[in-house]
Design a protein around this ligand. Sequence first.
Ligand SMILES: Nc1ncnc2c1ncn2[C@@H]1O[C@H](COP(=O)(O)OP(=O)(O)O)[C@@H](O)[C@H]1O
Ligand code: SF4
Ligand SMILES: [Mg+2]
Length: 332
Amino acid sequence: MTNEPLLRLEDVGRDFDVSRPWLNRVLEHAPRQLLQAVDSVSFDVRKGETLALVGESGCGKSTLARLIVGLYAPSRGRIEFDGVDISDPATGAQTTQIRRRMQMIFQDPYASLNPRWRVRDIVAEPILVLGLLKNKDQIDGRVAELLTQVGLTPDDGQKYPHEFSGGQRQRISIARALSGSPEFLVCDEPTSALDVSVQAQILNLMSDLQAQLGLTYLFISHNLAVVSHVADRIGVMYLGRLVELANAKDLFANPRHPYTRMLLDAVPDLEMSGRQRTPVAGEVPNPLSPPPGCTFHPRCPHANERCRAEKPPLVWRGETASACHAVEENRI
Ligand SMILES: Nc1ncnc2c1ncn2[C@@H]1O[C@H](COP(=O)(O)OP(=O)(O)O)[C@@H](O)[C@H]1O
Ligand code: SF4
Ligand SMILES: [Mg+2]
């Protein structure tokens, strides 16, 4: 791992227009409604590391993943990959080249695999689309190699996705993601649909592949316990914003942001210390009408007047960043 950023996000935001249809708006005087799914997010991912993003459902993790791989365009901000601004339409041709260097793995391996295609063709598709190999024997050889690399057999290429278990299907998704030889993988809840024992196997496979191939991962999960197994650094998101970012060890040993503390208190005892755990309290507010000031204030035991009025910016202290007035004021 180096300190060189492979991916850099600067004040990235994405809104969705969730207004009622035009006619209703006119007849009912309903205003246009924008939902801020991602709000001013800045971080970088260094070559060779695993940066994990965690947060409750609806906090903008998948939207962020889609912005990075180009499935959505950002409403604001800048996304750079290897020094090139890939959110700028002016760098179009270069962006196409760069997008080949990243791939995404989705939560549901069944929905993301074409059920009517044999596994061999599913895995070979990126090779054909990118024109990496043309000769059939070479492609077959490469597919066999990829299937072996993810713990399947070359013969599995002749089967269809439904003939495999959930964990095996995620192995197929990984083989397909790797077939274009990417450097960077965005993994959006890759194990959340799997049984706990299978989750561990897939996480181990991903770690092995990272070491063998020198991959960089952005690993997204709602589950801090899962993230603790894979992450070098962890970013915590709340209602579209990054509220804390730290080395994984520091975050577990010395969480700063009250929301991170709340998430950690809810994690099943990682060190088996027998410590009592409290569930995450309160509900995530409606993202269409987020609370003023710090959006976490209705759930925060440390909230005061300033928190209710003023949005806390993300402030760096060495390698750790947090967005909390109480942390800045040294009162927690
Ligand atoms: N295509 C979309 N149109 C409108 N709202 C969306 C769309 N995608 C996501 N959202 C909203 O944006 C917020 C963030 O969603 P998402 O990125 O899926 O969160 P997560 O992956 O953390 O669960 C949610 O409030 C969700 O309802
Ligand atoms: S800014 Fe205030 S309300 Fe927000 S997390 Fe910090 S202490 Fe809590
Ligand atoms: Mg999601």
